[in-house]
Write a protein that binds this ligand. Structure first.
Ligand code: ZN
Length: 339
């Protein structure tokens, strides 16, 4: 068994005075854990992101709050960076128990609405077919069929977080910035005075965040993501408080690495098209994946979906940049180098 990394150690870990990082377990082994951040406030602790709704995670959050002299019932509000289950679902179950106010980025409304439907990956299945990956599309469709329906009453928040809004707490102000890309409604929260960026999954220290994995993805999610990276790069540098991985000293350093990574992937994808690969599936099959540079076929089904859709998003940006052109005949999108 692989050892869990240090940052997943349970408890309330101080970041700066009044802000604590609390890692909570996840049923997704590759992500290890999700960080929620507990902010001391006279009205009761404010919690940024909430964890995956499951008993272990609830108990771990209760323990961490206990170490800070609070109970789950004391939480005054949840501010959630995006609607992925590992960030959002526990806020919904704790609201059912304690009536806690829950807010999330306004842009998440589209996917939250769409997630009331029976098929969570309906759009991804369509996209995979267009990417020239019908077998993978069929595998994802079969996964959806066996998935149990979640038993959470309403997936809607009590209020939205708007771009440019200032959330005034007792001792600090959090500024909300819409950072679409990872999901269309993702937001980050900035405490300029304390030099903190609660980054959710927009900027992660160890992995390159997935793009547009949601019930109703926007067209061209990578375009939005790159613009959102530049947005936070243009702010004064602060500590990075990510939802997965340790706190690090510089948002800028990591954003520069992520921008470089995508630049390299764009170049590599263009080279594959130049070498004659015509669809997103063919390009993804020819490229190495993960740090271990594994073949696409060796990844699990979910990771294969993410990989093909990520290449689709890269090719889409290359069309924007007028490097490539597309042809959509037969329901499959093929690419060629622009003459
Ligand atoms: Zn996450």
């Amino acid at each position: 068994m692989e050892q869990p990394p240090d940052w997943t150690e349970p408890g309330a870990h101080p970041v700066v005075p009044g802000v604590h990082r609390v890692p909570l377990a996840l049923p997704i082994p590759s992500l290890h854990a999700v960080n929620v951040y507990v902010i001391d406030d006279p009205a009761g602790p404010v919690v940024v992101d909430a964890g995956w709704a499951m008993p272990d995670s609830r108990a771990a959050l209760a323990d961490a709050l206990g170490a800070l002299g609070h109970t789950l019932a004391d939480v005054s509000q949840f501010l959630v960076t995006h609607a992925h289950w590992d960030h959002y679902s526990q806020a919904l179950t704790l609201r059912e128990s304690f009536g806690t106010r829950v807010r999330i980025g306004r842009g998440e409304e589209t996917s939250i609405k769409a997630s009331e439907g029976p098929r969570r990956h309906r759009r991804q299945v369509d996209l995979l077919r267009r990417c020239g990956a019908p077998d993978l599309a069929a595998e994802i469709e079969a996964l959806d069929r066996v998935e149990e329906e979640r038993s959470i009453g309403s997936r809607f928040p009590d209020g939205w977080l708007d771009d440019g809004e200032r959330v005034g707490l007792g001792r600090r102000d959090l500024e909300v910035f819409a950072t679409p890309g990872h999901t269309r409604g993702h937001v980050v929260l900035r405490d300029a005075a304390a030099g903190l960026l609660f980054a959710g999954d927009h900027v992660l220290p160890h992995i390159s965040p997935s793009i547009g994995l949601e019930t109703e993805p926007e067209p061209g999610p990578l375009r939005s993501y790159l613009a959102s990276l530049r947005l936070v790069r243009d702010m004064p540098d602060t500590l990075l408080l990510p939802a997965h991985g340790p706190v690090t000293g510089s948002v800028h350093t990591r954003v520069d690495e992520l921008l470089r990574h995508h630049e390299e992937r764009l170049t590599a994808a263009a080279d594959q098209v130049r070498a004659g690969r015509a669809t997103a599936f063919e390009v993804a099959s020819a490229m190495p994946w993960t740090r271990r540079r594994r073949a696409l076929a060796d990844l699990d089904v979910f990771s294969r979906m993410l990989a093909v859709l990520e290449i689709d998003a890269h090719l889409d940006v290359l069309v924007d940049q007028r490097v490539l052109e597309t042809d959509d005949s037969n329901g499959i999108r093929s690419y060629a180098v622009r003459a």
